[in-house]
Design a protein around this ligand. Structure first.
Ligand code: PLP
Length: 401
């Protein structure tokens, strides 16, 4: 039995079956490359759903983590630590906001944004008690807590997990009129992904974010951008909202904020919103810990120093153009922005899954999303030569299957 087989057997014996991973067991990573336990090398085209924008084991981020781990890792927020302030300052300047609040996972940051928006609604906007509504979009993905799956439109995400938190309204994604019609006196926020990642790399019509933001401003509704996946350079700008010159009232960040080594998430907003939180209102044992702060600081510095958003813009449009040139009978179309790219497989060619399995055999790790879409979202540190290497293999899979 190969090492892979052995570990798969062990894992399957003891793991909950809440994932359906490809049959590959990874044991080492560096930059855009990963190796499995049998010594096979692959290019990582998923990048942990964009949590690895800076690549596997980025030396600067790793050094920051190790250096910090040798001093102090966790204090809890019962005490101050000497790293959180520094990270917050960097993050706030980076996002152009007065304040930031640190959590760990993306879902926690989304929950934090929901709490902030609701409390802002009651304390500032003047919404009647327990009447606050947050508008969300069909096809959304904001995480897996019971509140968040409650406003998912994906049946499987909700099945068996009710009853759900009230106060959420669903509208079609990309439809400004639907937003206009859904806003009422109780609306406190519009929670939206600038591109729907898990929903299948859905890029909304041009101008959508801008118009939605203007509408929100007009009706005193918070525009809350879940940039957990689209933010931090992925789409070719630091934030995907930047493509339309939109400054959300609340940014939700996660994934690559932890530099691929440690969970770090946050919301960033101005004082008029963050000011609703008082001691005891909200918290997290690990949120804002010195280890996470050191890592987050290095993660942001790497994005800026290595101009990763600019790289994503340039290499992303090259990659997408080349993908579009592949005249495959299986491909319906290619869509995306920057290095967040979806190749949509025609239903007549089956689902995207077998294509991902074939890509694995060719040395590329990619994951299907929403049945029909192969997602290509490599670490942003990828080079043009590496993209060409990948294109050669992607071509083989798309043309000769
Ligand atoms: C991944 C993701 C989340 C959830 O983040 P977790 O760290 O898995 O909790 C929320 N929103 C978006 C857009 C995401 O891509």
């Amino acid at each position: 039995m190969s090492k892979t087989q052995e570990i798969l057997r062990q894992t399957e014996s003891y793991s909950a079956s809440n994932y359906h991973p490809l049959d590959v067991v990874l044991s080492k990573g560096e930059g855009v490359w990963v190796w499995d336990v049998d010594g096979n090398k692959y290019m990582d085209m998923l990048a942990a759903y964009s949590a690895l924008n800076q690549g596997h084991r980025h030396p600067k981020i790793l050094a920051a983590m190790i250096e910090q781990a040798e001093r102090i890792t966790l204090t809890s927020r019962a005490f101050h630590n000497d790293r959180m302030g520094e990270f917050l300052e960097k993050l706030c300047k980076f996002a152009g906001k007065d304040k930031a609040l640190l959590m760990n996972t993306g879902a926690e940051a989304v929950e934090t944004a929901i709490k902030a928006a609701r409390k802002w609604g009651y304390k500032i906007k003047g919404v009647a008690e327990d009447k606050a509504e947050i508008i969300t979009c069909r096809g959304n993905f904001h995480g897996r807590t019971t509140t968040i799956v409650g406003f998912s439109t994906e049946a499987q995400y909700k099945d068996g997990f009710g009853p759900f938190t009230p106060g959420f309204v669903t509208i079609p994604y990309g439809d400004v009129d639907a937003l206009k019609n859904a806003i009422n006196e109780n609306t406190v926020g519009f929670l939206v992904e600038p591109i729907q990642g898990e929903g299948g790399v859905i890029v909304p019509p041009e101008g959508y974010l801008k118009e939605a933001a203007v509408l929100c401003k007009k009706h005193n509704v918070l525009f809350i951008a879940d940039e957990i996946q689209t933010g931090l350079g992925r789409t070719g700008k630091m934030f995907c909202s930047d493509h339309e010159g939109v400054v959300p009232d609340i940014y939700i960040l996660g994934k690559a904020l932890g530099g691929g080594v440690y969970p770090v998430s946050a919301i960033a907003c101005d004082d008029d919103i963050m000011g609703v939180f008082h001691p005891g209102d909200h918290g997290s044992t690990f949120g804002g810990n010195p280890l996470g702060s050191a890592v987050g600081l290095a993660a942001l510095e790497v994005l800026i120093e290595e101009k990763l958003p600019e790289k994503a813009a340039e290499l992303g449009s090259y990659f997408m153009d080349e993908l579009r040139k592949i005249d495959s009978p299986h491909v319906d179309h290619v869509r995306g922005k920057g290095l967040m790219i979806g190749v949509v497989i025609k239903e007549s060619s089956g689902t995207a899954r077998p294509f991902c399995e074939k890509l694995r055999e060719e040395g590329i790790l990619a994951k299907e999303t929403h049945h029909q879409v192969i997602r290509f979202a490599p670490p942003l540190v990828i080079t043009k030569e590496e993209i060409d290497w990948a294109l050669e293999r992607i071509k083989r899979v798309l043309l000769f299957r």
